[in-house]
Design a protein around this ligand. Structure first.
Ligand code: ADP
Length: 401
């Protein structure tokens, strides 16, 4: 085999691989492509028009107008010639007068081809997958504007094929991701669940110990018991958050209309005693109704409001402003506080799991990681702007549907 023959063989192998990546062979009719073959026929005045994909030893007609068969052998196909020059139209004005085709069974018998014009369908990576072709039983020709339009229609057909490929890829990836995350969720859920009961019983035992022996235990022993109880409490909180973390996920069926003002009100209700005790002023008005998933969205508002309360400035009353802005394709929500603020270098850091900036027991560093996971899975973004000692603004977007 010469180098050129070898090259041709390799590139045909690559071309076929590219075609198989589209997973489009034998997939039946497609409305958008059928419309294109219809237009091509009308444009060129022919009674047959095809979208033909060149497989190893056949041409498969993904769309066909004026022809009953779904495939013909490759060795007699006109389109095989057409894909040799991917940038050009391949035109045979009269097949009976053309030495290459006059004895071709497609010319001598059904469908009695006399005129053929094929525009190659080029993949994103530059391979000719097949053609959009027009065929007639009479000799014919195309004028310049018909040639141009046929090429443009072929481009359009290639775009539709590419769109279907991307759509299928997305569908398959989503199924794969869903399966993986289901498995991970199950593991996390089981682990967290199994951990909960021994921790709860240890806490109960410690409480009994503290109560029943408070007269006999000295101050230090009681203090140690309290430390142990506090640690248990933290672990239980961690487990609760982990269970919540594992439960969240986007299921297309759970999208509903949500009045975000109600989300804010229910978060406020949850932290009512903290808010009253610390004279927190929470302002919000005209928050929109959005199409989203209620439980995760509630968790985001709850976490951002609870953080604003937890990280308030010790020397001033806390004011929290919750606002919403309408962008082109998104709603943007802002939770703004006048708390202790965050150093710029930690803006990214705080959204990672178990990252905390303060050595206190106000939290476990899971809230913002959970918020980020939720907002991303709802199709939005979350970020913070803040100045130390002045306050923070947490913003997140969710798509308008
Ligand atoms: P947690 O509050 O449980 O520690 P988060 O993930 O909610 O965990 O927050 C991570 C860290 O980000 C917090 O420990 C805190 O240091 C900082 N942080 C979050 N929100 C605020 C805020 N509104 N003001 C100042 N610091 C904040």
């Amino acid at each position: 085999m010469t180098t050129t023959q070898l090259d041709r063989k390799i590139s045909e192998e690559e071309r076929l691989n590219e075609l198989y990546n589209y997973k489009i062979l034998d997939t039946g009719p497609d409305e958008a492509l059928d419309e294109l073959t219809e237009i091509a026929s009308a444009l060129c005045g022919t009674n047959i028009s095809l979208i033909s994909l060149i497989d190893h030893d056949r041409q498969y007609f993904k769309s066909r107008k004026g022809l009953n068969v779904t495939e013909t052998p490759r060795n007699i196909s006109f389109c095989t010639h057409a894909i040799q020059e991917p940038d050009e139209l391949f035109i045979v004005n009269d097949a009976k007068a053309d030495l290459r085709f006059k004895d071709n069974p497609l010319v001598t018998s059904n469908p009695h081809i006399r005129f053929y014009a094929g525009a190659p369908l080029i993949s994103k990576n530059g391979y000719a997958l097949g053609t959009l072709c027009v065929i007639d039983q009479q000799p014919s020709h195309l004028n310049e504007s018909q040639k141009k339009a046929l090429k443009k229609l072929a481009k359009q057909a290639s775009r539709i094929l590419e769109f279907h490929k991307q759509e299928r890829y997305l569908r398959e990836s989503r199924i794969q991701i869903n399966e993986q995350s289901k498995l991970i969720k199950e593991i996390v859920f089981t682990l967290a669940h199994d951990l909960k009961s021994p921790i709860t019983s240890t806490s109960s035992l410690l409480e009994i110990l503290k109560e029943d022996y408070k007269k006999t235990l000295d101050e230090k022993a009681l203090q140690y018991i309290n430390y142990a109880l506090q640690s248990n409490h933290k672990v239980l909180h961690l487990i609760e958050e982990t269970l919540e973390f594992a439960k969240t996920g986007v299921d297309e069926n759970s999208f509903t209309s949500i009045n975000t003002e109600e989300c804010v009100k229910s978060a406020i209700q949850l932290y009512k005693s903290e808010i009253q005790k610390n004279k927190v002023d929470i302002k919000f008005e005209n928050l929109p109704t959005v199409e989203s998933i209620e439980i995760p969205l509630n968790i985001v508002f709850r976490n951002l409001i609870s953080n604003a309360i937890k990280y308030r400035h010790p020397n001033r009353d806390l004011i929290i402003n919750i606002t919403a802005e309408q962008l082109d394709n998104y709603w943007k929500f802002n939770v703004i506080d006048n708390g202790i603020g965050i150093d710029k270098k930690n803006f990214e850091h705080i959204f990672k799991l178990f990252r905390r900036l303060h050595n206190d027991d106000k939290g476990i560093g899971m809230g913002l990681a959970l918020c980020k996971k939720i907002v991303l899975s709802l199709g939005g973004k979350i970020w913070v702007k803040s100045t130390i000692d002045k306050g923070s603004q947490f913003s997140f977007t969710i798509p308008k549907i």
